[in-house]
Design a protein around this ligand. Structure first.
Ligand SMILES: [Zn+2]
Length: 251
């Protein structure tokens, strides 16, 4: 047999049936890349999970699509559109969300020169630890406007609030970012997940939108999912240096 044989212990008979990794890679490239199918769709056909397909894509160096790329040029069927309309019935964006969407769109028209200037102005401006501590103290407990019966004493830093979560959801097109899922919100807001499981790390790189079932799924196997999403963020060209909201929204 020519090529690298697929591990005989693979749990999935349909994957084993490809016999060689080269055969599987070729088929995956056609289905995912040329035909534009989703990981979840392919996973169902070969009887494994979407992340498993994702792992193969990575292994075979087939470029992974982001949610917005995957949806580009895709049209919803009339039935799917009707379903979405029904789900959205009576649901309106809050004035706050509307304002944020407006602001996010505004950011899209910044010229590269303007962006560079903003970047330069921000450079070197960091809040000192001492100042941060002062801010925390000033807003902790009863001093915090969100304080409700002591319930706001959660281990989240001051900035971790609904406003930030909404910004992340908007940045992620309000779609679950698990490759192959890309589920849109259906009456219930998606979760914003901390990639490194550190609730204090609210760097935009560390935050990603997930549907509720995928948020549950990533609760186990943490080391794996941390690496998985960090790599995904890197592919989305999000990184610690350029992760300002106006730029990430463009992704
Ligand atoms: Zn999902």
């Amino acid at each position: 047999m020519k090529g690298t044989p697929i591990k005989s212990q693979s749990r999935h008979p349909k994957i084993r049936a490809f016999r060689t990794e080269e055969n599987l890679a070729k088929w995956l490239k056609t289905e995912y890349d040329d035909k534009g199918r989703f990981c979840a769709d392919i996973a169902e056909e070969i009887g494994c999970s979407a992340p498993h397909v994702w792992t193969f894509l990575k292994k075979f160096r087939i470029p992974i699509k982001t949610a917005s790329e995957a949806h580009k040029g895709k049209h919803l069927s009339p039935e799917a559109k009707q379903k979405l309309r029904e789900a959205r019935k009576g649901k309106h964006h809050s004035p706050e969300t509307k304002r944020k969407i407006g602001e996010a769109k505004k950011g899209k028209h910044l010229s590269p020169g303007h962006k560079r200037k903003i970047g330069e102005a921000k450079k070197g401006k960091h809040i000192s630890e001492k100042h941060k501590q002062k801010l925390r103290e000033a807003n902790s407990g009863e001093n915090n406007p969100n304080w409700k019966d002591g319930k706001s004493n959660e281990p989240y830093p001051l900035e971790w609030n609904e406003r930030l979560k909404e910004q992340i959801r908007d940045r992620d097109d309000r779609l679950c970012q698990m490759p192959g899922c890309y589920l849109s919100e259906n009456g219930k807001k998606h979760t914003v997940h901390h990639i490194d499981y550190d609730k204090k790390n609210i760097d935009l790189f560390n935050l990603i939108t997930l549907c509720h079932s995928h948020n549950l799924k990533v609760n186990s196997n943490r080391a794996y999912w941390t690496e998985f999403f960090q790599e995904l963020q890197t592919m989305r060209r999000l990184n610690y240096k350029t992760c300002s909201l106006s730029e990430t929204i463009i992704v």
